[in-house]
Ligand binder design. Structure first.
Ligand code: NAD
Length: 377
């Protein structure tokens, strides 16, 4: 493993509790980890049953509920929620739900003095990272800040039993995308790569069972713990072209986050294959298939995630603007990011066919250099 040297890791003090039924101990966990008196509960609409369970556990600690969190964390919603924080004098925010609820919680932790706790109920992994994002119209600003890291994270796999398959599948592939990019990140470390590989292995084995609604508690445990590990790997590394492309598509065309990740991942993986052979071998081994990109494409089919960018509402006429925006924002990636390369990936994702030679041929034919064998894969 000498190719993972040298490395540097930073680990924050975060209390993580993982157990089926863990939600029932939330009041004690908050008292122990946060010493908070006034908690505002944040969720997306439709999660009222979960919110009510938390509210009844927290009793007098729960001073407000804000159930209007939305994808990409709109600035107007952050402003509304901040007013409630001030009015209720909340000193903690507890976000329960997926990345949208946790994203709003992070924005509140960034813009006020509240401390954040999270109960993640999808596989997005945001709860483990210091990455925040706030969108305003078609502009999404992101950053990294230690203040947004939840100080308490409670994983209760029982809460994921009712995830609809159309949420569970793409969300799981979103987590897998963190692992894929962590494995070939320029700043990968032995810890981040171990977390990523184990998270990917658990998710690949369990997601098909979760999506078919199997009566198998270990599948839900494995999927959520796999997502946790992938979130940790995301926190420790810098993401490459795949996350950049999804960020631009999400921000400019307002596409749904997890389905966009799912559609693109096989094609970006194929594009990066020649520049990251070791990472590709690890990904293939975790998926138990001969080829990483093809394996990810087949997993997508098995999970019945949206098959193409077209199915997410993208029109071919919109691709040029996306290509331009992506190449304007430099990103560390195993293979150089070029306009031709990005366009090829997007066109392949519009078609939805297997990620065959089309996505790599441009790169190979052009003779452009890939990351050399002396660099980390
Ligand atoms: P989401 O939070 O929007 O959830 C999708 C849908 O699933 C929502 O309708 C939600 O109410 C519902 N849902 C959530 N949990 C459920 C459950 N247990 N049962 C039934 N329904 C449930 O989507 P997401 O994919 O979890 O998160 C996407 C957001 O997360 C994006 O804004 C993205 O930018 C952000 N994200 C951030 C990071 C980070 O590190 N900052 C990492 C990954 C994702």
């Amino acid at each position: 493993m000498t190719d993972l040297l040298p490395f540097a890791d930073t680990l924050d003090e975060v209390r993580v509790v993982f157990a089926p039924g863990a939600l029932s101990g939330i009041r004690q966990a908050i008292d122990d980890a946060l010493a908070a008196r006034c908690v505002m509960i944040v969720s997306t609409p439709g999660r009222s049953a979960m919110v009510e369970r938390v509210r009844s556990q927290l009793e007098d600690r729960a001073v407000a509920t804000f159930d209007r969190a939305a994808g990409h964390v709109p600035a107007a919603l952050v402003a509304n929620a901040l007013e409630e924080v001030k009015e209720t004098q909340a000193d903690a925010v507890l976000a329960i739900g997926g990345g949208s609820a946790i994203g709003l919680g992070k924005a509140l932790a960034l813009r006020s003095d509240v401390v954040l706790a999270a109960v993640p109920t999808t596989y997005a992994g945001s709860e483990m990272t210091d990455i925040w994002g706030i969108s305003d119209g078609d502009r999404k600003t992101t950053g990294r800040d230690a203040r947004v890291v939840p100080r308490l994270v409670i994983y209760d796999p029982d809460l994921t039993g009712e995830l609809p398959p159309e949420v569970a599948g793409p969300s799981g592939v979103n987590a897998i995308a963190h692992a894929v990019e962590a494995l070939y990140a320029h700043d990968a470390s032995p810890l981040s790569s171990t977390l990523a590989a184990e998270g990917l292995r658990r998710l690949a084995a369990s997601l098909p069972l979760v999506v078919e609604g199997a009566d198998d508690p270990s599948a839900y445990n494995d999927a959520l713990s796999g997502a946790h590990l992938c979130g940790r790997a995301l926190a420790l590394t810098s993401m490459g072209l795949h996350h950049k492309l999804c960020h631009v598509l999400g921000g400019t065309l307002n596409l749904p986050h997890a389905p966009t990740h799912a559609v693109l991942l096989p094609y970006v993986t194929q594009y990066n294959a020649d520049g990251a052979p070791e990472a590709m071998a690890t990904i293939a081994s975790c998926l138990d298939v001969p080829d990483a990109a093809a394996g990810l494409w087949h997993l997508n089919r098995e999970l019945r995630v949206p098959p193409t960018l077209q199915s997410l509402g993208v029109d071919a006429s919109q691709l040029s603007a996306v290509v331009e925006a992506v190449v304007r924002q430099p990103v560390e990636n195993p293979v150089p990011v070029t306009a031709d390369g990005v366009r090829t990936i997007l066109e392949a994702a519009m078609d939805g066919g297997p990620p065959d030679a089309r996505t790599t041929s441009l790169l190979r034919d052009s003779g452009r250099p890939t990351r050399g064998p002396h660099q980390r894969g």
